[in-house]
Write a new protein. Structure first.
Lengths: 314, 349
């Protein structure tokens, strides 16, 4: 099977969309934070926490959607910690973000060990099943890729639209973007920069956690250590690649996932057998760096990203 | 709420917040220990005893602190210039890799000649690994946080590739592990019979040297200026990009010494679990030390103590060792807040 066959196979595109889904949630979450002016490096840990919380809730008897809600709530809790320290107190977003990642990851692992002290292989849950959309899922190539995915994937795509509309078509979105570009102007309008930024970080963190939950509740059906494996950092690269715009970020995530799905398939060909598997595993990270380089000159970084705002200060 | 600088902070103002931060961390740890069904006083006591309760425990803590001093210094130097090197883990492995490549018989020299060469070669390797993100930053404006983070993943896979290929120990029973370095490439123990190698002494020397560079050299002055305000530094005629590159080389070299010291002093060979995240923990060490090179030593001892203590506590009462990581994350977040509150007061509007 050569590359051309791979690109024309329905299972390849279905896999690409599946791989893209958690990235879409988390990238949207990070994008919301950054648009309001806050870099959220807690993303990696929050995804771990979301992956565990959603899965654990379902394992303990909750429904799947309740599990998603639990994951989101846990993510928002870590978002609250992050935003409290970075927004009103204006502490270093780098340090706090990495601290939140460490806190979220270690408390997740601690909770896992307490909840399941004696297991060697993690138990499975009944994860989300694909919803076949009638008629549409019968279209060749596009059908299996776009219309027989799990509901969380559909939710991810819908959210891209929702976030776009909110950001660009509502007063809230305008205020949020202004908080990331020119916070003094927002304050002059009588709006609370602190409130807007904290809200953005809390909601954004919730979405990151849902991205993590996708891994344990839709892509796989159990939780294991190191499962997020740098996806959070890749999402930060995707936000830059997408020039802080939801639509472009979606495109970036799908493109990235397509590369990832392709490398898995090339690995299994005769060509791939001669190349060490580590080279394939490196490609997502290398691609992210290349994407950052490609976009570096054109990117329109929110002007007040990483700049704390202390009212009354000039 | 609003933050207002305090002109002359009194004694209470400058000591109370950090003390409260540590106290809160202890309370959080106790609560988590209780959640695990253990007696919190017993858990904290066991951590203390495991970290410093015996000669063996103390030496173990010093050994564990050694790589953390190096990575802590690496992060402190970089963060001082506001160059966000989150890639100390990759640079550590670069140093370890160089030590193994040159230390397994390639250079037929006496220990006195071989060890300095290995250390310098390791530093060079680490510096080169960080040079790439540094160039990407100054040349293309690519954010170094993401690139250094992603480099950790790439470099660890690269090490894995080498350990399963060209560097694989033929006698390793199939484990991905390098050959052992020759006897001349082993750092001797400081005192015969005590399990503590010269890597620890080297770490102390490194802390002193970095302190001198930061406080007494032009580069140190420029690094601080670039860290305080990049635009102002540029306006004052400081070659900002050159300073960032030099900072990166120094930082990468320091982190690589951690890898050199772990291989030459402790493990003797390179494996994929050489570092249980020393590069990342270096960030906590540096922050707890407020980026002061001498305080890095104290912070590394504290952090190492918690890890070693938690290991031995976990063996005794079965509370997961992740308690140590939670304590450190909590301490880090509360400490940065506490330090802010020693200089600012919160004003309600």
């Amino acid at each position: 099977m050569d590359l051309f066959d791979i690109l024309l196979s329905a299972s390849f595109w279905a896999a690409a969309i599946r791989i893209a889904s958690p990235l879409i949630f988390a990238t949207l979450g990070e994008l919301i934070c950054e648009r309001a002016g806050v870099l959220n490096l807690g993303i990696e840990g929050i995804m771990v926490a979301g992956a565990f919380a959603g899965w654990m809730a379902v394992y303990s008897g909750a429904g799947l959607w309740t599990g998603v809600a639990v994951a989101m709530a846990v993510g928002m809790l870590f978002g609250l910690v992050h935003s409290l320290l970075t927004v009103p107190f204006g502490l270093s977003q780098h340090v706090v973000g990495l601290g939140v990642t460490l806190l979220a990851t270690s408390s997740t692992y601690y909770a896992y060990r307490l909840a399941l002290p004696e297991v060697t292989s993690p138990p499975k849950i009944a994860a989300f099943k694909p919803w076949e959309i009638p008629l549409l899922s019968d279209i060749p190539l596009i059908g299996p890729a776009l219309f027989s995915q799990t509901p969380l994937t559909y939710l991810a795509f819908v959210l891209v639209g929702v976030v776009s509309v909110v950001l660009y078509r509502t007063p809230l979105g305008l205020a949020l973007r202004a908080a990331g570009e020119n916070p003094a102007a927002v304050a002059a309008q009588g709006l609370s920069v602190t409130g807007l930024r904290m809200g953005a970080v809390i909601v954004g963190s919730g979405l990151m956690a849902v991205g993590g939950a996708f891994l344990t509740m839709s892509a796989f059906d159990s939780f294991f250590f190191e499962m997020v494996n740098g996806r959070g950092w890749i999402c930060i690269a995707l936000v830059v690649f997408g020039a802080w715009k939801p639509g472009k970020a979606l495109l970036g995530a799908v493109l990235f996932a397509a590369f990832d799905a392709a490398q898995i398939r090339v690995q299994q060909t005769s060509l791939g057998a001669d190349i060490p598997y580590q080279i394939f595993l490196m490609t997502p990270y290398v691609l992210s760096i290349l994407a950052l380089i490609a976009m570096s000159r054109r990117a329109e970084v929110p002007a007040a990203l990483m700049v704390p705002f202390n009212k009354g200060e000039r | 709420m609003r933050l207002e600088p305090i002109a002359n902070p009194g004694f209470a103002r400058s000591t109370l917040p950090p003390v409260l931060a540590i106290a809160t961390t202890v309370v959080v740890a106790s609560a988590l220990a209780m959640l695990a069904g253990a007696n919190p006083f017993a858990v904290l006591g066991l951590i203390l005893k495991g970290a410093a309760g015996s000669k063996f425990a103390l030496l173990e803590t010093l050994n564990r602190a050694t790589p953390l001093i190096f990575t802590g210094l690496a992060v402190a130097v970089a963060f001082r210039a506001r160059f966000w090197n989150i890639g100390a883990e990759a640079q550590l492995y670069a140093g370890a890799l160089m030590t193994v490549v040159l230390g397994t018989g390639a250079l037929p020299w006496e220990a006195g000649a071989l060890l300095p060469v290995l250390a310098l070669a390791a530093m060079l390797a680490g510096a080169l690994v960080l040079l790439v993100p540094a160039i990407l930053k100054v040349r293309f404006g690519v954010d170094e946080v993401v690139t250094t983070l992603l480099f950790n993943f790439i470099f660890l896979l690269f090490i894995s590739l080498l350990l399963e290929g060209p560097l694989k120990d033929p006698m390793g029973m199939g484990w991905p592990k390098s050959e052992r370095v020759v006897a001349e490439a082993r750092l001797p123990r400081i005192v015969e019979g005590l399990r503590l190698h010269w890597g620890f002494a080297l770490a102390l020397i490194a802390a002193g040297v970095v302190w001198v560079i930061e406080r007494r050299s032009t580069l140190g002055y420029e690094m601080r200026a670039v860290g305080l305000n990049r635009e102002a530094a540029r306006f004052a005629g400081i070659p900002v990009n050159a300073v960032l590159i030099k900072t990166a080389l120094l930082s990468g070299g320091l982190a690589a010494l951690a890898g050199f010291s772990e291989v030459a002093g402790l493990k003797g060979s390179l494996t994929l679990d050489l570092s249980p995240g020393f590069g990342y923990t270096g960030i906590i060490v540096a922050m707890l030390a407020l980026l002061n090179p001498l305080a890095v030593v104290a912070a590394a001892l504290f952090v190492a103590g918690i890890f070693v203590g938690a290991d031995s506590m976990s063996r005794a009462v079965g509370v997961p060792t992740y308690l140590a990581d939670i304590m450190l994350a909590t301490a880090l977040l509360l400490m940065v807040l506490a330090i802010l509150l020693t200089r600012f007061r919160v004003v309600r509007e």
